[in-house]
Design a protein around this ligand. Structure first.
Ligand code: ADP
Ligand SMILES: O=P(O)(O)O[C@H]1O[C@H](CO)[C@@H](O[C@H]2O[C@H](CO)[C@@H](O)[C@H](O)[C@H]2O)[C@H](O)[C@H]1O
Length: 452
């Protein structure tokens, strides 16, 4: 196994989903399961959980691997993990038919081996042949699209694995079961159970994968908005409809899951999370040090003002998480919350306004990215940005019955917190885009001055 980990570490460090950017992973094997695959092939399908101790706290990753005879391997070298045993090659599971077939069977038919369980949910999909391919693009996880004549499915293989049911599965499946038209239909999920490393008498379980209906030939709202802004075309109808959808999802989540008034402990926890992020940003983004005191003052004031009740929310809502479906409208994806936030915070009731702030930041990114990529003048785009922002807020207020503008400084603080998060995200992943959220922090501080 040590030789497998020695091959895994350099390969993992090159993957988009690897969170410890710039570091060499320091891996420890936590668990391995072998899956039966319906695909006719001489191959073993293994699912490993490995802890990466290069970061603190350690992060657990899921690595599905297919072991094949080297002579039979015909795949792009990028998806080859290595050959720790001469004559045998390890392949990244999502790119091998033996793994994709095993996963499809678990999600659509259920069952599993000791420790791995597939749970189909909702209406069963048709038993038919489907072709599997990995979705291209910048992702935190790895998604496999299964295309069939009658039912197509997208299955997300979670790369970072946490204890408990993933909030993505928990919330998306509950919304789908409640008949929400704003999420894809849920099809099934896979979980793993093993002895708890912290308490050998207990068990640990976590989510490995989630299958949803695949909506073919759709674009995400980020691409649609970018095109509209680049051509100075109106995007207010789409923004208003996203406001309606966000409010409707919040209303349904508040009916399905517990809500509570924001007590002193809740406020203190949110405030600590704002401050923690700010201090990470100061450490990683040099110019942030000059703005930190001003940001802190806004957090302080917003923490003392009126707060609405807390409820379950999306947690990382941005235009890239929204599909624009023709003759239907917006569909919201990926209820996992922000990947950098501790999981125990992501599953707690939170401020619904956090999602509103997420979309507002994303609209600011549309203008910012056109400036960075195309050298467009921000002045020329100000009117597009203002109208689009207004339309989103109007749509949200109309559908929720609450005037979001009343939130005043709290909304500004949440936008600031998101922009601070984005500064960290960009510094780690896309340094050339750092100016977009950093400029956002400066503008939000100017806006906050109106509430002084
Ligand atoms: N049900 C779906 N139908 C069509 N495309 C989807 C669906 N779910 C996800 N996608 C596509 O996959 C991309 C990544 O999905 P997402 O859930 O955000 O993954 P990640 O957590 O890895 O970021 C989305 O931006 C979208 O383009
Ligand atoms: O991988 P996820 O989709 O869970 O989200 C992470 O990556 C996003 C970038 O892909 C990042 O979003 C930021 O960039 C977007 C444009 O690419 C922009 O629309 C968002 O407003 C901005 O936050 C997201 O923050 C991060 O969690």
């Amino acid at each position: 196994m040590d030789s497998m980990l020695a091959f895994l570490a350099p390969w993992m460090s090159r993957q988009r989903w690897y969170g410890g950017k710039g570091r060499e992973p320091s891996l420890r094997l936590e668990a391995t399961w072998e899956l039966a695959s319906p695909a006719p092939a001489e191959a073993r399908v293994l699912v490993h959980l490995v802890a990466d101790e290069a970061t603190l706290p350690a992060v657990t990753y899921q690595i599905p691997v297919v072991e094949r005879e080297t002579a039979a391997v015909d795949i792009d070298s990028e998806h080859v993990i290595g050959s720790p045993v001469p004559g045998t090659t390890l392949i990244d599971g999502p790119f091998d038919p033996a793994f994709t077939a095993a996963l499809e069977a678990l999600i659509t038919r259920g069952g599993g081996e000791a420790g791995i369980e597939g749970t189909p949910i909702g209406e069963a999909v048709h038993a038919e042949p489907r072709t599997a391919s990995v979705l291209a693009g910048e992702q935190s996880n790895t998604s496999i699209v299964y295309r069939g004549e009658r039912d197509s499915m997208i299955c997300k293989v979670y790369r970072q694995v946490h204890a408990g049911l993933s909030p993505d599965i928990e919330l998306s499946a509950a919304l789908s079961a409640a008949g929400s038209i704003y999420v894809p239909r849920a099809i099934g999920f896979v979980s793993a159970t093993r002895a708890d490393p912290r308490d050998p008498a207990g068990t640990w379980s976590g989510s490995l994968a989630f299958g949803q209906e695949f909506l073919a030939d759709v674009e995400d709202a980020w691409r649609v908005a970018l095109r509209a802004a680049a051509e100075d075309r109106d995007f207010t109808a789409e923004a208003r409809s996203l406001g309606n959808a966000t409010a409707d999802v919040h209303r349904t989540l508040a009916e399905l899951f517990p809500t509570r008034p924001a007590g002193p402990d809740d406020r203190a926890a949110v405030f600590r999370a704002w401050e923690r992020r700010l201090s990470i940003a100061v450490a990683e983004v040099t110019p942030m040090a000059d703005l930190a005191d001003a940001v802190h003052d806004i957090y302080d004031a917003a923490g003392r003002g009126p707060w609405p009740s807390l409820q379950r929310i999306h947690g990382d809502l941005h235009l890239g998480q929204v599909l624009e479906v023709a003759d239907h409208g917006c569909v919201l994806l990926d209820f996992e919350g922000e990947p950098m936030r501790p999981m125990r915070e992501r599953t707690e009731p939170d401020l619904a306004l956090r999602d509103v702030a997420g979309v507002l930041r994303s609209l600011d990114y549309v203008v910012g990215s056109l400036r960075v990529e195309d050298g467009r003048s921000p002045e020329g785009m100000q009117s597009w940005a203002r109208h689009t922002r207004r339309a989103f807020l109007d749509g949200y207020s109309a559908a929720s019955g609450a005037d979001v503008e009343q939130a005043g400084l709290l909304l500004v603080a949440l936008e600031l917190d998101k922009a601070v998060y984005e500064c960290i995200y960009e510094a780690r992943n896309r340094p050339e885009w750092l100016g977009i959220p950093f400029g956002g922090v400066e503008r939000l501080l100017a806006r906050a001055a109106r509430f002084a």
